[in-house]
Design a protein around this ligand. Structure first.
Ligand SMILES: [Zn+2]
Length: 198
């Protein structure tokens, strides 16, 4: 797998905030190219965000994912449901991948792309690799368990037998804000519960 943007951590966010035009004209290498997302990409990420909101409604950490086939049709959707399913593997990506594989009646999805609101963890990157996905796009970085860029750089391990294109930063601000709001509300609720106890 090949992680795009690995040479310039601050670039994708800048591009995605619509400031690409004001980026230094000297920066015209492939990394910049790789951070230009299409309208279809944005639409797919918006579907993933819808899924993340469904997770939030159920009190789950708001992370959502969608899988598209080679023609851009949605073949799988999922949101994080680890708490309600009593399942440590029920991350949004795994839920969406399982649905997609069932839909295609194939455990390999070589033309598919997965869009997810948060940087995938090692488990999810592993699953996506087994599925032979063509492309992974994620929004916000996860400095705690991210395995594409932040903590581990699994896509950069050249010895792995499958190469998948990984792109980061699409609608990163929106997705990070969703997570921040969720944790802020949870902290407030916990504080409120403590004060009402006393
Ligand atoms: Zn995961």
């Amino acid at each position: 797998m090949v992680a795009d943007n690995q040479h310039n951590g601050c670039l994708p966010e800048r591009v995605l905030k619509g400031e690409a035009g004001s980026a230094s004209p000297a920066v015209t290498d492939a990394a910049v190219e790789a951070t230009v997302f299409s309208e279809d990409d944005t639409r797919a990420m918006m579907l993933a965000i819808e899924q993340a909101r469904l997770a939030r409604e159920q009190g789950e950490v708001p992370v959502g994912a969608v899988v598209l086939d080679g023609q851009g049709r949605v073949i799988g959707k999922g949101f994080n449901r680890t708490i309600s399913a009593h399942d440590p593997t029920a991350h949004a990506e795994i839920v969406a991948l399982r649905q997609a594989a069932q839909a295609m009646e194939n455990y390999r999805l070589p033309e598919a792309s997965l869009f997810v609101t948060l940087e995938p963890c090692a488990m999810c990157v592993g699953a996506m690799l087994h599925a032979r996905l063509a492309r992974i796009v994620y929004a916000a970085d996860d400095p705690k368990t991210g395995a594409c860029h932040s903590v581990l750089q699994v896509p950069e391990v050249r010895q792995l037998n499958h190469q998948t294109r990984v792109q980061r930063g699409l609608m990163a601000d929106e997705c990070a804000e969703l997570l921040r709001d969720f944790f802020r509300a949870r902290r407030l609720a916990a504080r409120h519960a403590r004060t009402s106890d006393t």
